[in-house]
Design a protein around this ligand. Sequence first.
Ligand code: 3PG
Length: 213
Amino acid sequence: MNEMNQAISNIGVVPVIKLNNPIRDAAPLAKALCAGDVPVAEITFRAAGAPIAIKEMKEICPEMIVGAGTVTTIEQVDEAIAAGAQFIVTPGFDGEIVDYCLKKGIAVYPGCTTPTDYHQALKRGLEVLKFFPAEQSGGLAKIKAMSAPFPMFKVMPTGGISLKNLKEYISSPVIAACGGSYMVTADLIDNQKWDEITELCKKSREIVKEARA
Ligand code: 3PG
């Protein structure tokens, strides 16, 4: 695996974040994640201030890996890169966006759930794919079935992952890391429950370490 894929895989969980108030919340959230030993964040473009959040998080915690999620246009890729994003996540497979990211030299994790998606990823030499929405698309059973014809990929499932099923997913060698909003819900962020976020991160990391021991 390349350096970025390996670094994300080593952490094992990727918080998927929608920040409504990045000026207020990005810095304390970055600190809360790092304190919980989860120095990675996927900031979704579902909220308008995503580039501000990415910039702020990188400034406050330069050691953190900060990427952009829910990227659906080339313009958003440019905005994300300009803000300092280190990876791009897309909900589905958009060949134009993937090719653009590869040209720009930024890691890209397109959402893939079908053999057709995997073929497209294979053609482009990707190593790690987002598998989205994971639970709703057949969960770990489907991920394992897909890895029979496509053993070259590791996946990052997101969608329906929580402390309840994290262990099951992360125990599989097909899984690079699990994405989720469970440790960074709207309630936790809007009510600035930073200590709770740190605790959820710590618990997640314990599960990852245990599963891989
Ligand atoms: C994503 O964008 O990856 C998902 O919406 C995260 O799914 P979750 O909220 O079920 O964790």
